[in-house]
Write a protein that binds this ligand. Structure first.
Ligand SMILES: *Cc1c(COP(=O)(O)O)cnc(C)c1O
Length: 427
């Protein structure tokens, strides 16, 4: 297989994308010195503390007391072939509580922030106490006049809608044409108003944003293209991973770098996590974003910089992909501003690679992922086994053989059985 690689003139990159071929963009060599973080790290600490304050309420609302209310996922070793000298791990966000997707981090964090602000203003809680009482009917009734909205390809809507309804808020989810029917059914069953749009993700977000601008301050819009609250909700995951690596006795340093493979849509989830990881590990972590070729929005933004994030349509791409969670035509400007310089590489791959890894991860390790969430495996596999020789950006491969590699699986555990089975190779 021919693969087309990094640092080539823009025209060659564009041709490779348009042909639907695997395409790598990587940061130039030598890497620029890292600039100081533009978003205060205290914002990340605030978000961690907020998740802690809400854990008792989440435990009561979603776990009937049997869950501690912490939105965390396991880190598991992944079995790989004997010829692979490096260790491969999976950060299992497909098993996250609530929705089984990475959106349970960012989306839920933003709902919690709105609930907290509102509850403090209404005098339902005081800052610093434990918020278990927010699971009571009294609090839910008091919050019932407030409304939260979001535009989504599906998973963000699911996480925001579920969390908002649990706290008694009204919720309105604007879904793009990519959104899967079962997600709409599930949301409606929770009492969420689902508004369907003919267009793509960006259209759904724009329509929802315009509607919420007219609603006043009893309503809150979760803006996936501009939200710092989402971003820091994702970033908290970096500290969770650092604790898990330490507990597993895995040290990260210049000689033993960390590679993470992060599925990317608008970039909020992978961007937030990268932001946190770079704050912890500096240049010892390499953040590799994985995208469908047809929706290579982060690659488009980084390789073809402009006054606004370059749209995949402008490159002649379709934004049509099986990876519905990644079907976004343009990256988030906020993410580009906050971590654009820190993204080490973007690997854009055709959908069949993602489908292959849905089947492979299930067969080899009973890891149940949706196509979007298989993107990290496909990107690791591409860099480990397919990309060769002159194709290999030297900077990216520094320390490769002694590195710890972590594939971030971003969704899938809640996929209905029939949907999941339809993705597996027929036997
Ligand atoms: C949303 C999503 C992503 C990517 O998140 P962005 O913030 O859009 O980059 C990755 N995987 C899954 C399953 C998702 O739903």
């Amino acid at each position: 297989m021919r693969s087309t690689e990094h640092n080539r003139p823009a025209e060659a990159l564009r041709a490779s994308l348009r042909a639907g071929e695997p395409t790598i963009w990587s940061k130039g060599e030598p890497p620029l010195p890292r600039s100081s973080p533009s978003l205060a790290l205290t914002r990340l600490a605030d978000a961690r503390a907020r998740f802690d304050r809400f854990a008792p309420a989440l435990g009561r609302l979603f776990g009937e007391g049997s869950w501690d209310g912490r939105i965390r996922s396991p880190l598991r070793a992944y079995p790989i072939g004997a010829d692979d000298r490096t260790g491969l791990w999976v950060k299992c966000d497909h098993e996250l509580p609530l929705t089984g997707t990475i959106k349970a981090r960012g989306g839920v964090h933003e709902v919690l922030q709105f609930v907290e602000e509102t509850a403090l203003r209404l005098g339902l809680v005081t800052l610093g106490e434990d918020y278990a009482c927010l699971a009571d009917a009294r609090a839910r009734t008091a919050l019932a006049e407030r409304r939260v909205g979001v535009g989504s390809t599906g998973n963000l809507g699911l996480s925001v809608g579920m969390a908002a309804r649990a706290f008694g808020l009204q919720a309105e989810v604007h879904m793009s044409a990519d959104a899967k029917a079962w997600k709409k059914v599930r949301l409606r069953a929770l009492g969420v108003e689902v508004v369907e749009h003919e267009g793509d993700y960006a259209d759904a977000v724009a329509a929802a944003r315009a509607r919420f601008q007219a609603l006043g301050d009893h309503a809150h819009f979760v803006d996936d293209e501009h939200s710092e609250a989402l971003f820091v909700g994702y970033a908290v995951a970096a500290y969770e991973l650092a604790e898990q690596l330490e507990a597993a006795g895995i040290g990260i340093d210049d000689e033993h770098p960390l590679f993470v493979y992060l599925p990317c849509g608008v970039g909020g989830a992978p961007g937030g996590i990268s932001y946190g990881l770079k704050a912890i590990y500096g240049d010892d972590v390499r953040c590799v974003f994985a995208e469908p070729v047809a929706s290579a929005s982060m690659l488009a933004a980084l390789a073809f910089p402009g006054p606004q994030p370059t749209s995949v349509y402008a490159l002649g791409l379709t934004n049509r992909t099986l990876a519905d969670g990644l079907a976004t035509p343009a990256a988030s400007q906020l993410v580009l501003d906050l971590v654009g310089d820190e993204i080490d590489a973007v690997v854009a791959l055709p959908d069949d690679r993602f489908l292959h890894w849905v089947g492979e991860a299930w067969a080899a390790a009973r890891v149940r992922v949706e196509p979007s969430a298989a993107a990290g495996f496909a990107a690791w596999d591409h860099l480990a086994h397919v990309s060769r020789g002159a194709d290999r950006p030297a900077y990216l491969y520094r320390g490769w053989a002694r590195a710890t590699h972590i594939v971030w699986t971003t969704g899938g555990a809640m996929l209905p059985d029939a949907e999941f089975r339809a993705l597996l190779p027929s036997v």
